[in-house]
Design a protein around this ligand. Structure first.
Ligand code: PMP
Length: 407
């Protein structure tokens, strides 16, 4: 029995082979730190780090590569953004569809009496109820922090409208792009986003343990660095540098991870150039020039549409929006009258299908969707999944939920 990996919302797998090679090459052939040594391999590592920032800047249409901060991941980025920006007396708006990477830092800040926060409601179909937004605003509201797409039901949020609202009201807009960076076209400028947190290991296809955030100059000035330490710059002083990216990059970075991420982004740009906000329409690579159009999102959406249609035909209900333009390739199924954990266990045991069951680190989202407290089985598609994977999974689910399966 082979294995069908449908847990790409947790982390993408497999990675393009160039990723592991780049990690290994860095460790075996380079190994140098950045911003510290004055020798050739250190300069090579610095060059690669800079290229990584440039590719991420292009991917997000961030204002400046110096505002691309590399961290250990989206969770660390969100902690740095929220704990660095929010000050005593501030109020924040968030949605009731958030991951704990947003909710727990907010809750910590609220427990300490530093901030208050209010959640913008979401319908049982996963739609952000924007009409409530103006009424939730307070004189001390400083920012809106929310996800771009739900990691539970795949619902996409209307980022541009929220961005417009933030601009009108003078609020900062912090976006959690954990489920969209490297998948959905993002344009920080057009979307009116001031800070965006991303993991490197999901749709960006890099290794785990690397991610980051992008910031505008304006919000960067208002954020205190949560982590302080050596940067290899202005070492004569014990103050943290005020300039970017050093202000937020203390300590030796995860260089093997960054090299893997660089290889992943280079691969992604070759495969789906339209995802990047580049000026060049053709992208030159070692293998030549690639011009054919491929959309990672298009691929995922077509698999998801096939899956949703099959589920609907089988009478299996799904949490969140049904229309494919309102979502990404994350599908949550709540099996009627059956324990989701048991079904997910059987999917692996009998069919080799790997999913994620439970609450997906997002209890508030499950409460909004009416799938609390037992949670759902989440199927999340990725670049390497095929139509055969979808059809096989549909057959397995039908057998387990309606069929003659016995245990
Ligand atoms: N936000 C969302 C919506 C997520 O799905 C995740 C990861 N599941 C995170 C934040 C945190 O990402 P990471 O675990 O890579 O730090």
């Amino acid at each position: 029995m082979g294995m069908i990996y449908l847990d790409n919302a947790a982390t993408s797998f497999p990675k393009p082979p160039v990723v592991a090679k780049a990690v290994a090459n860095y460790i075996t052939d380079c190994g140098a730190n950045v911003n510290r040594g004055r020798y050739k391999t250190a300069y090579q590592a610095e060059e690669s780090l800079y290229e990584t920032r440039c590719l991420i800047r292009e991917l997000l249409n961030a204002p400046d590569e110096r505002g691309i901060i590399l961290t250990g991941g989206a969770t660390l980025s969100l902690n740095m953004l929220l704990k660095g920006l929010l000050k005593e007396g501030d109020h924040v708006l968030t949605s009731s569809m958030e991951h704990n990477a947003v909710m727990r830092p907010l809750e910590q800040l609220r427990d300490k009496g530093i901030v208050t926060y209010t959640t913008i409601p979401v319908s049982a179909q996963g739609k952000l109820l924007l009409e409530f937004l103006p009424g939730l605003l307070k004189p001390n509201t400083k920012a809106i922090v929310m996800t771009h797409a739900s990691n539970v039901c795949g619902a996409l949020f209307p980022v541009q409208e929220v961005g417009r609202f933030c601009r009108e009201k003078g609020l900062y807009f912090i976006l959690d792009a954990a489920q969209t960076a490297g998948l959905v076209k993002i344009d920080m400028e057009k979307m009116g986003v001031h800070a965006i947190a991303f993991p490197g290991h999901k749709a960006m296809m890099g290794p785990q343990g690397v991610g980051g955030f992008a910031v505008t100059k304006d919000i960067a000035r208002s954020i205190d660095p949560l982590i302080a330490g050596g940067t290899g710059s202005i070492s004569h002083t014990t103050d943290m540098p005020a300039f970017l990216p050093d202000k937020f990059e203390a300590g030796t970075p995860n260089l093997p991870g960054i090299m893997g991420l660089l290889a992943a982004l280079t691969w992604l740009k070759m495969n789906d150039p339209g995802l990047f906000n580049s000026k060049d329409t053709e992208v030159a690579f070692d293998e030549g020039i690639k011009t054919e159009v491929f959309s990672v999102l298009g691929h995922e959406l077509s698999l998801m549409e096939r899956f949703l249609t099959g589920l609907q035909a089988a009478g299996i209900s799904v949490a969140g929006p049904m229309h494919i333009t309102d979502r990404v390739g994350v599908v949550s199924v709540k099996p009627p009258f059956q324990d989701p954990a048991r079904i997910a266990g059987l999917l692996e045991e009998k069919y080799g299908i790997l999913t994620r069951v439970g609450l997906h680190c997002a209890p508030e989202a499950h409460k909004s969707l009416g799938t609390w407290p037992e949670g759902t089985i989440r199927f999340s598609f990725g670049y390497f999944n095929t139509e055969e994977d979808v059809d096989y999974t549909l057959t397995a689910l039908k057998e387990l939920l309606h069929g003659n399966e016995t245990t």
